[in-house]
Design a protein around this ligand. Sequence first.
Ligand SMILES: [Zn+2]
Length: 470
Amino acid sequence: MKSNYITKNKIGLLALCLILGQVLLAQKNDEIQLRKIYDAALTQGKSYDWLNHLSNQIGGRLSGSVQAQQAVDYTKAELDALGLDQVWLQPVMVPKWVRGTPEFAYFETDPGITTNVPITALGGSVPTPPKGLKAKVIEVQSIEELDVLGADNIAGKIVFFNRPMDASHINTFDAYSGSVDQRGSGAKEAGKFGALGVIVRSMNLRLDDFPHTGGLSYGDTPLNERIPAAAISTNAAELLSATLKLNPEISFYFKQNCKQLDDVQSFNVIGEIKGSTHPDEIIVVGGHLDSWDLGDGSHDDGAGCVQSMEVLRLFKEIGYTPKRTIRVVLFMNEENGLRGGKKYAEVAQKNNENHIFALESDSGGFTPRGFSFDSSEADFKRVESWKPLLEPYQVSMLVKGGSGADIGPLKNDTIVLAGLKPDSQRYFDHHHSDNDRFEHVNKRELELGAAAMTSLIYLFDVYGIDGAVK
Ligand SMILES: [Zn+2]
């Protein structure tokens, strides 16, 4: 009995040692792979060159524009050159809004005494009358304040939304979401009280002279009741507010001749490496190829596109053969319609594709800190177990939260969605403005982001997800 017991115990111990050995070996292998990824990304990276072309040879890529089509052609050709298993264009109809001639604005303190104001039409806005719009201004801090003031105080005026982004937030995206309702719904809401137009303080934490555009929604407001809306720079907003305190009777003038045209055809750009053992389990990495027309869209979201392309290139470069299918998707029309993201999910569902993981980079090309996850508890626990592997690269900030607008439509009960989380402190100095330019992207920071994304995709490729059908 006794010897039998000892034998059993010995076998148990041996099995335990074997399992432990395997775990340690796998961990060692993961460490080696991540090191290879980072070495290749930081010494032979391609993302910065790609971004240089997208930004400086093509420029701002608003949906439906010539530049957006050039970006489609360019990235498709570059993916073709990587020798992936398949590269294709996925057709999608997108809205086409054009800015027209540059906007012009001033406020008038006394007849003929004017101060020019940096201004940009909000994406999707209707134009002002051809000669411009001039009216008295009423400043508000919120949409709710419109209810308090009522039509008596608002009708016939230009409503000036001036609630700043809250600088006390550490994550600047929280400050953004706390203020962006003014830009998104300000025109729709002010129009209900008879306002003639809307101007919004730019979504920018810093005081400067760049007006920041961005999408607005009129909801179901009939076409003939839509009022024009524009953003003014933060410096101009401060000056206008101070001037209004001295003299509430001053008037504001702005002129814009933007318009909404018919939808046009565009494309999502897609490339993939077929999985060697689980080809039906699809992992997506992407960013959005369209951008606003101010600046060159380097941070938003040229950076995310080239980083996503780099993920597949790095796997090729280090000779890694993925088990699952790794697909890069450059989505069209995130900024003013999300048509690309919706189309991609629609086609994936129609083809009965099994997406297990999707990662988007759409928070700028700054130093990566980690990732946010929209997943089950079990999958988040699994991700947390990878923390020691990510710590040496300072990308181990793993939090629950949102992922990316374009991959949102893929959400179901099993998929894990994630977003790259770079340092967010300077993002809104650039976002949607003429200040979003290539010179503000740091090569090394961009490459660190690409390496972090590749590492995470590698880990999901090796270990899969909790709910994956094998
Ligand atoms: Zn973006």
